[in-house]
Ligand binder design. Structure first.
Ligand SMILES: [Zn+2]
Length: 707
C-alpha cells in the first residue's frame, strides 16, 4: 500500500499482509463475506480473545491447531492449520480472520482500555491523553452525531455550491484534497525516485470510488453486477445528503461516467508495480500545458506547496485523460462529482444511515462482511489512524519489553548474515552485481518496535464533542505534514505504520525494514518459545521484508534508495528467468471460484515469501551453531519440522469468497494457502524435514528459486 493516505507516494510499498492494503485512517469497513452463505458451525466453539474481562495471551506454534490426518507432503497448509481453520470461522464483523486478526483483536482490546482511561476528563491528563481521549470520546458519542445529522456537511457542501467557474475548481480541489477527499487525482509528496535525499511534490492518478481501474472495465457478469450495485450505492448516499431519488439516480450515472473516463486513463495495479511507470519528473509548466483546463499554479498555492519548478507527474497519460473530463463536463456535473466524493470520504463520522449505507456496499457487497463492526472497534481504528503515534506511545509502554526488542534484533542480524552468505554463494550472479547487492544489504536500516522520535501533534486541535471536526482536522494535519516535507531533507526516522499495527514493511526508497511493536508478540514472536518456533514465524517475517529489497521492484533501487539500475544486463536476464518460474507457478493457483492468482501482480510478495523462509532457516541453523545450542525435538516434532509448522501457522486464515475475490483483483499478496504451500514446495530443506517423496504436491520435480 501507500505510505500515507490519499496524500501518498506513488510506489506500492511491500508489506507483509493484506491488511496493509486497507486504508486505516478512516473507520471504513475492510473487505468481506458471501451473501446468503452461512459459515459451517464450528465443531468446537471459537476461543474468545477476551474471556471474563481478561485479555488472553496467544501462543506461538501449537500442535492442537494442526490437522494431523492430512499428509504434510500433500497439503502442508491444511496440515499446519486444519484444526485452527475448523475452530475459527470468519466472525460476522470481519471479512477475513487469521492469526494476525486474532492478534489485532487482542491489540484492539488493549487500545480500548488505554482510550477509555484517557477519555476520562481529569486535570492530570497529559497533552497526548487529552488528544486521544477526546478524539475517542467524541467518536463514541453517537447521540451527538445523530443529533447533528447531515448538517455537519453543510459548510463543505456550501463551498462546492459556491463555485462560479471552472477556474475556481483548483482552490476547492486543493481544500478537498487537504481534508482527504479523493476527487479527480491524488497529490502529496514523495522521495524523488532518482534522488532519495530529496522530497518532491507528486501528482498521481485517483478519483475513483471502486477499488481499482479494472473494476470499471471488466465485462464478466460479476463485475457488471458490482458496477450496478455501486451506482445504487452512490444514489443512496446522494439521497441521504438531501437529493430526491430521481435526481440522485441521474447524478449517480453522471458520476459513473466521469469515474469510468478517469479509470480508463489510469494504470492497473500490476502496471504500477514497475517504478518506471509511475515516475515522470516534469516541469510544472509541462503539467500545466498538459492540463490547461485546470489552474495548476492556483492549486499548488492553495495546498501551501513550497515553490517548486518540477514535480513527479506519476502517470502523465492520466492527466491527459483528466483534461478531457474537465473540458467535456460542465461545472454543474463537476460539482455533483465533488459532492459524492465529499460524502464518501466523510461517511464514517456521519449519522448511522450514512455509515450503514457505506458498509452495505464496501463491507457487505464488496467484501462479504456480514455485520458492521462495533462502534468502539471503528473508533479505536480511527484514533489509531489519526493519532497513531500518540496512542502508540502508551501502547508500547504497556506491551513492548526490552527483551523482545533485543531478541528480534538478534534474529534480524542472523538473517542479514544468512543473506550475505546466500548472495556470495549464488551461481548465477556476476561478482560486479554481487558487490552492489552486498553493499545494499549492509545499508539496510532496521527499525524495530516504534520510532525514536514521536510525531508532534500539538498543531492538531482535538475538540471534545466535535467528531466530524476532529476527523477533518486530522486529515488536514496529516496532509499538510506531507506537503510541508517538499524541499526539506528526508526524515529517515519516520515510520509508515503505527506501533500497534500487526504488520511490517520494507521501503525501497528508504532502504529500511520496519517491524511495529504490534506484530512482535505471540503468536508471531513468543518470548516463551524456542528458536525453532520464533525463527519459523517472526524470522520468516523478517526474511520476507529483507528479501523485498531484492524482489522485482525493490532490486531496481540501490543502497541509497535511488531508482537506479545496478545490475549487469546478464544478471538481469538471469533474475528474470528465475522470476518467470515464480510467475508461472502462482498463475496456476486458484484464488476463488474460477479466478486465478495473478502471478505478475503478486510476484514481489511471492519472491519475498520464498527468499524469506529460506533465509530464516539458514539463520536458525547458523544461530544454533554459533551459540553451540543443539535445537531439541519437542511435542513429537524435529526442530526443523517445528520451524516449518510455526511458519505455516502464522498464515492460518479463513476468508469470505468476496474477500478472496477482492484480494485477487487488487492486492499484491497471494491468498494465505499459497503463501504456505506455494513456498514450501520450492524448498528442498522442507522436503527433507518431512521426508516428502519427489512427485508429491509439496515436492514437485520442478522448483523455483530466486534468492
Ligand atoms: Zn511483503
Amino acid at each position: 500500500m501507500r505510505i500515507a493516505r490519499s496524500f501518498s507516494a506513488a510506489l506500492i510499498l511491500c508489506s507483509l499482509t493484506v491488511a496493509m492494503a486497507q486504508n486505516v485512517s478512516q473507520p471504513k469497513p475492510k473487505v468481506p463475506k458471501p451473501p446468503g452463505q452461512k459459515p459451517t458451525p464450528p465443531m468446537i466453539p471459537p476461543k474468545p480473545v477476551q474471556e471474563s474481562g481478561k485479555i488472553l495471551e496467544l501462543k506461538g506454534m501449537d500442535p492442537s491447531l494442526m490437522d494431523k490426518s492430512v499428509d504434510p507432503c500433500v497439503d502442508f497448509y491444511q496440515y499446519s492449520c486444519g484444526g485452527w481453520l475448523k475452530r475459527n470461522p470468519v466472525p460476522a464483523d470481519q471479512s477475513s480472520y487469521g492469526r494476525d486478526t486474532e492478534l489485532a483483536e487482542r491489540n484492539r482490546l488493549i487500545l480500548r482500555d488505554i482510550l477509555e482511561k484517557a477519555a476520562v476528563e481529569t486535570s492530570s491528563r497529559s497533552a497526548v491523553e487529552q488528544k486521544i481521549g477526546d478524539f475517542y470520546a467524541s467518536c463514541m458519542d453517537e447521540a451527538s452525531i445523530e443529533g447533528k445529522g447531515a448538517s455537519v456537511l453543510k459548510p463543505e457542501l456550501d463551498r462546492i455550491a459556491a463555485l462560479k467557474s471552472k477556474d475556481e475548481i483548483a482552490e476547492e480541489l486543493a481544500h478537498l484534497h487537504l481534508i482527504n477527499v479523493n476527487a479527480f487525482f491524488s497529490y502529496g509528496s514523495d522521495q524523488d525516485f532518482k534522488d532519495a535525499t530529496s522530497v518532491i511534490a507528486e501528482a498521481d492518478q485517483g478519483g475513483l470510488g471502486l477499488p481499482e481501474r479494472d473494476y470499471y472495465t471488466r465485462t464478466d457478469a460479476k463485475s457488471v453486477q458490482t458496477r450496478r450495485q455501486y451506482i445504487r450505492h452512490v444514489t443512496n448516499m446522494l439521497r441521504l445528503s438531501g437529493e430526491t431519488p430521481l435526481v440522485a439516480a441521474a447524478h449517480a450515472r453522471k458520476i459513473m461516467a466521469i469515474e469510468t473516463a478517469l479509470a480508463k486513463a489510469s494504470l492497473t495495479v500490476t502496471q504500477r508495480r514497475d517504478p518506471a511507470s509511475v515516475y515522470h519528473k516534469l516541469p510544472v509548466s509541462d503539467l500545466a500545458a498538459m492540463n490547461p483546463t485546470f489552474a495548476w499554479n492556483r492549486y499548488l498555492r492553495a495546498t501551501d506547496t513550497p515553490p517548486v519548478q518540477s514535480l513527479n507527474v506519476a502517470v502523465p497519460v492520466f492527466f491527459k485523460g483528466l483534461e478531457t473530463v474537465l473540458k467535456q463536463q460542465n461545472l454543474e456535473t463537476i460539482k455533483i462529482y465533488l459532492r459524492w466524493h465529499l460524502v464518501h470520504a466523510l461517511a464514517g463520522m456521519l449519522p448511522k444511515a450514512f455509515v450503514n449505507e457505506n458498509f452495505d456496499f464496501y463491507g457487505r457487497k464488496l467484501s462479504g462482511q456480514k455485520e458492521l463492526r462495533a462502534r468502539w472497534k471503528r473508533c479505536v481504528q480511527s484514533t489509531d489512524g489519526n493519532l497513531g503515534e500518540a496512542l502508540g506511545q502508551i501502547y508500547v509502554e504497556r506491551t513492548f519489553g526490552a527483551e523482545g526488542k533485543a531478541r528480534t534484533l538478534q534474529m534480524v542480524k542472523d538473517i542479514e548474515a544468512s543473506m550475505e552468505q546466500d548472495i556470495k554463494n549464488l551461481t548465477w550472479m556476476t561478482d560486479a552485481t554481487k558487490q552492489k547487492a552486498l553493499e545494499k544489504l549492509h545499508t539496510v536500516a532496521n527499525k524495530i518496535g516504534y520510532p525514536d522520535k514521536w510525531r508532534d501533534y500539538s498543531k492538531y486541535e482535538v475538540v471534545r464533542g466535535d467528531a466530524m471536526g476532529n476527523f477533518i482536522r486530522g486529515a488536514e494535519f496529516e496532509s499538510r505534514r506531507q506537503v510541508a516535507k517538499i524541499g526539506k531533507p528526508v526524515d529517515r526516522g519516520e515510520w509508515g505504520m503505527t506501533p500497534p499495527t500487526v504488520n511490517a514493511y520494507y521501503n525501497p526508497q528508504m532502504n529500511d525494514i520496519n517491524f511495529p511493536a504490534g506484530i512482535l508478540q505471540p503468536p508471531f514472536y513468543d518470548n516463551k518459545m524456542d528458536d525453532a518456533v520464533n525463527y519459523g514465524d517472526a524470522g520468516g517475517v523478517i526474511g520476507h521484508e529483507l528479501t523485498h529489497g531484492f524482489d522485482d521492484e525493490g532490486r531496481q533501487f540501490d543502497a541509497k534508495g535511488n531508482f537506479d539500475d545496478w545490475w549487469t544486463p546478464q544478471d538481469t536476464k538471469e533474475f528474470e528467468e528465475r522470476t518467470a518460474c515464480v510467475v508461472h507457478e502462482y498463475d496456476n493457483f486458484i484464488a476463488v471460484d474460477n479466478l486465478h492468482v495473478q502471478g505478475k501482480l503478486t510476484l514481489g510478495e511471492n519472491v519475498a515469501d520464498l527468499g524469506g523462509l529460506k533465509l530464516a532457516m539458514l539463520a536458525f541453523l547458523r544461530h544454533a551453531e554459533e551459540t553451540h545450542q543443539q535445537p531439541k525435538a519437542a511435542e513429537g516434532f524435529t526442530p526443523e519440522q517445528r520451524f516449518y509448522i510455526s511458519y505455516g501457522q502464522g498464515w492460518c486464515e479463513n476468508d469470505t469468497p468476496e474477500s478472496l475475490r477482492l484480494q485477487a483483483q487488487t492486492n499484491p499478496h497471494s491468498p494465505v494457502k499459497y503463501r504456505v504451500n506455494g513456498v514450501v514446495q520450492n524448498l528442498p530443506e522442507f522436503q527433507t524435514a518431512f521426508s516428502c517423496k519427489t512427485g508429491t504436491p509439496m515436492a514437485p520435480e520442478k522448483r523455483c528459486e530466486v534468492w
